[in-house]
Design a protein around this ligand. Structure first.
Ligand code: NAD
Ligand code: TYD
Length: 342
């Protein structure tokens, strides 16, 4: 592997992975293709563009645009594709599923076609634990059925089925990782932690869905990036690997811990109408990835402290986001919920 195409590299996990990969592999050239949707942000890569000038390049474009993708792969002699590009927020997929089908499903199909045409050495798909659906007890293993419950989860599961078909039909060298709920710097402030941290800094209400007893398995973004890298460099072709933080927590407990770190009152928490189809619990069995030598390294409370400090110290990054497109989304998603909050 020498010339890596990282799609969605201007998003949250993608930009953290770009940084990680350039540090970890001094012989890699990294090309980022990103549409720069509302969630894509070149601010996430400012330091990278500066530090790795000769080994990093960026192109704005859509993974669903066949001409753009084929041209880039031909021109830069791409040998590896790592696909982060996606519409990634469950609530937006409930409001407007269209872009999820176009990017997460059709876009993945275009990338697979390009991988086939140019005989790419490896196609890696960044997927999610949400493809398993709700797991009331036990831990999801890689062979478990896919039972997605939101349009987002269904679009990611659909992409995985296409990838499987390209493996079986065309012998395409694919790997997949299914990551759990990821947190850390540069996460768009629509997801639970960055939304609640930035709202709490401004003493705004924190709209908690339902009873707050849903369980998520929190994974630090650098542990996630390392998991993807281990699978890309050591994983078996055709295989899927769970990447979980081994850190299951109720939403309400995570929010209480965050408020204690910030020194803000729990009275900011407002119980609002639940998300339709809301999965109560995700939990991953990570034995398969552990067998490759990976393990999460982050202590949750320390990492949460660091993450809170990052948002406190980087208002320049999130204030402009929250004053832009975000405002209209926030109104659609929360205005009525907050008006009826308990
Ligand atoms: P994000 O929303 O922060 O970033 C997505 C990026 O993809 C953005 O830069 C956006 O501009 C780009 N993009 C969107 N549509 C595109 C298109 N058509 N063509 C090119 N670029 C496009 O998302 P994230 O949280 O960083 O997630 C990255 C990947 O990881 C996604 O595939 C997501 O499904 C997966 N994932 C996320 C989590 C999580 O907790 N955030 C957990 C597991 C898996
Ligand atoms: P989210 O960050 O959207 O990730 P996902 O839906 O992919 O797990 O949400 C994490 C959890 O937090 C989930 O159970 C929904 C809940 N949540 C709220 O209670 N309020 C909110 O405003 C948001 C965005 C999420």
């Amino acid at each position: 592997m020498k010339n890596i195409l990282i799609t969605g590299g201007a998003g949250f996990i993608g930009s953290n992975y770009v940084r990680y990969a350039l540090e970890a592999h001094p012989d890699w050239h990294v090309f980022v293709l990103d549409k720069l949707t509302y969630a894509g942000n070149l601010d996430n890569l400012l330091d990278v563009a500066e530090k790795f000038k000769g080994r990093y390049a960026f192109a704005q474009g859509d993974i669903a645009d066949r001409e753009v993708v084929f041209d880039l792969i031909r021109r830069y002699r791409i040998d590896t594709i790592v696909n982060f590009a996606a519409e990634s927020h469950v609530d937006r997929s409930i409001l407007d599923p269209d872009a999820f089908i176009m990017t997460d499903v059709y876009g993945t199909y275009v990338l697979l076609e390009a991988a086939r045409e140019f005989q790419i050495e490896r196609f890696h798909q960044v997927s999610t634990d949400e493809v398993y659906g709700d797991i009331p007890q036990g831990y999801s293993q890689e062979g478990d059925p896919l039972e997605p419950n939101s349009p987002y989860a269904a679009s990611k599961a659909s992409a995985e089925l296409l990838i499987r078909a390209y493996r079986m039909t065309y012998n395409l060298p694919v790997t997949v990782t299914r990551g759990s709920n990821t947190f850390g710097p540069y996460q768009y402030p629509e997801k639970l932690l960055p939304l609640f941290i930035t709202n709490a800094i401004d003493d705004l209400p924190l709209p908690l869905y339902g009873d707050g007893m849903q369980v998520r398995d929190w994974l630090h973004v650098v542990d996630h990036a390392r998991g993807i890298d281990v699978v890309l460099t050591q994983g078996a072709v055709g295989e899927t690997y769970n990447v979980g933080g081994e850190n299951e927590r109720h939403n309400i407990d995570v929010i209480r811990m965050m408020l204690a770190i910030l020194g803000k009152p729990e009275s900011l928490i407002k119980r609002v109408a639940d998300r339709p189809g809301h999965d109560r619990r995700y939990a991953l069995d990570t034995h398969k990835l552990r067998a490759l030598g990976w393990a999460p390294r982050t202590d949750f409370e320390a990492a949460l402290r660091e993450t809170v400090a990052w948002y406190v110290n980087n208002e320049w990054w999130w204030r402009k986001i929250k004053s832009g497109e975000f405002k209209e989304f926030y109104r659609r998603q929360y205005a009525e919920r907050l008006a009826q909050a308990i």
